[in-house]
Design a protein around this ligand. Structure first.
Ligand code: SF4
Ligand code: SF4
Length: 501
């Protein structure tokens, strides 16, 4: 249609005294922002195409570039902000649903930032993590509530299948197709080096990655893309995806243009056809139905793999989790509303779901009150940003955390939020071979290993400060947390006291 009424969101500022016309910015930008004006003999920019991915800024050898938010202002008021006005123009022009990438950007409370961690002083000494053993290893899966012995008095191992993690962090589901081959390889290699798990997402498992099976969670989503016996066998655990924090209540959609070559083969979807995973699993309308799928997958893998059920954090999450715990699943994964995504309808991403901190606290309390907390492990994701978030999540009741956006940032993502377009200049959310090459899996995996090695040190330091020497002893230990600036309802749901109490 006609005029879009949209002004460039960013301004490309080029210091002409520094620019040496090397044209590197032109080469590095898949969005074709920069080009050389032969007549004027200078580099110029088409700012309407800039997504502020910072690739040109990072690579400019003379630091001649700066991208800033365009201050060409709309007549905003408290009700009509620039973004809202632009969205109206876009929809008036296209007639379509707005799509976005990454997590909810709005200013909802981040409860992790309003929770403080305790430290030991005088009476309960802290522990020096450099000199004393600190256990960060965790096991996920059903735990027996009683110790049973055989007739000789020997303890019977009545544990179900377990996942062992060297630190309570895993890489969350990101499908091959939504992210590149090299991004997947970086995650798989890093998970193996770290002794943790990464997750295939709903795109199947590329044959090259079967070698990393012991560090892989294979996902079964409603579209069943790439799901077959060998795939189920390949993983250490199987995750049934019922929902996703970034878009609770709706399915997934990878456009036909991205279903090419290896991706089409891995997903078992013909080239060029859209891969649409429906909103519900068409065979699941109750906990009994879920139980059937849980046991079908257990049966298919000879009861050797823990089954994870992943759901989005929504209003009645405690009751849902209680049902899942009774379905035979070994692990619940709950994804909060700030969780990232390759593509989601903007309205869903920004308005549906609840914060993970509240969901986690309420689920842990409910499972404890029903006496079934040991029946199932609890993994949470959706905006876990640091070792402190991990420690707080564990003290609120999680057994482990999933990280997605933080892992992509470690790979070089600059949060430009245009993954949907497929032109990721950092080689992550793209299938363009030239762009994919920009991410070296060796370097990517090393950066992920560095990130989580640093987090492991920080987790140990924080636990040591509290006088706690294992993640297991921290789990659900809300006495270690205090809220700041929270109202009594929020404190009640989180199950913590206010600072000063
Ligand atoms: S990369 Fe920097 S120095 Fe090279 S052309 Fe672009 S702005 Fe100029
Ligand atoms: S993955 Fe790439 S496209 Fe997506 S937000 Fe990060 S830098 Fe941008």
């Amino acid at each position: 249609m006609g005029v879009e009424y949209i002004y460039p969101e960013f301004e490309v500022i080029r210091n002409q005294n520094r620019c040496i016309n090397c044209k590197l910015c032109e080469k590095e930008c898949a969005n074709e922002v920069h080009h050389f004006d032969a007549e004027k003999k200078i580099m110029i920019a088409d700012e309407s195409k800039c997504v502020n991915c910072q690739r040109c800024v990072s690579f400019c050898p003379t630091h001649a570039l700066k991208i800033v938010k365009n201050d060409c202002s709309f007549r905003e008021n408290a009700n009509w902000q620039e973004q809202t006005i632009k969205e109206i123009y876009k929809q008036a022009n296209s007639g379509g649903v707005l799509l976005s990438s990454m997590g909810n950007p709005h200013k909802f409370p981040v409860y992790f930032d309003k929770i403080l961690i305790n430290a030991s002083q005088v009476t309960n000494p802290s522990i020096d993590p450099l000199r004393e053993p600190m256990e960060t290893k965790v096991f996920l899966g059903k735990k027996p509530s009683t110790i049973e012995r055989d007739k000789n008095g020997e303890i019977i191992n009545n544990f179900g299948p377990q996942i062992e993690l060297s630190i309570p962090v895993m890489f969350s589901a990101m499908s091959y197709g939504s992210i590149s081959y090299n991004a997947h390889k970086s995650l798989a290699m890093a998970a193996t080096k770290l002794g943790i798990l990464y997750n295939t997402g709903e795109g199947g498992l590329h044959e090259d990655f079967y070698a990393y099976g012991d560090n892989t969670i294979v996902q079964v989503a409603s579209g069943r893309f790439g799901v077959h016996e060998k795939y189920l066998e390949a993983g250490k655990a199987i995750e049934i995806k019922m929902g996703q924090g970034a878009k609770p209540g709706i399915g997934g959609h990878l456009p036909g243009t991205k279903i090419v070559g290896d991706i089409s083969r891995t997903r078992m979807v013909p080239e060029g056809s859209d891969a649409i995973s429906p909103a519900p699993h068409h065979d699941i309308y109750s906990i009994e139905d879920l139980r059937q799928l849980v046991y079908s997958l257990k049966e298919a893998t000879k009861y050797k793999k823990p089954i994870i059920v992943k759901v989005a954090a929504v209003h009645n999450i405690a009751a849902i989790a209680s049902g899942i715990a009774r379905s035979g699943a070994d692990i619940i994964a709950i994804d909060g509303f700030r969780g990232g995504t390759g593509a989601a309808p903007t309205r869903m991403r920004d308005n549906v779901g609840i914060p993970i901190e509240l969901a986690l606290a309420t689920v842990d309390k409910r499972l404890r009150s029903e006496g079934i907390r040991n029946n199932i492990s609890l993994v949470v994701g959706g905006s876990i940003r640091s070792a402190a978030d991990v420690v707080k999540a564990i003290a609120l009741g999680a057994d482990a955390c999933y990280i997605g956006t933080a892992a992509l940032l470690a790979l070089g993502c600059h949060l430009c939020r245009t993954c949907t377009v497929g032109k990721c200049n950092w080689g992550i959310a793209t299938q363009n071979p030239e762009l994919v090459k920009r991410l070296d899996p060796e370097e990517g995996s090393a950066r992920l290993v560095n990130l989580l090695t640093a987090w492991k040190h920080e987790i140990k330091e924080m636990m040591g400060g509290m006088g706690i020497n294992s993640v297991e002893a921290l789990r659900g230990n809300r006495l270690m947390l205090r809220g700041v600036g929270l109202n009594s309802k929020e404190l009640e749901i989180l199950g913590i006291s206010h600072a000063g109490e």
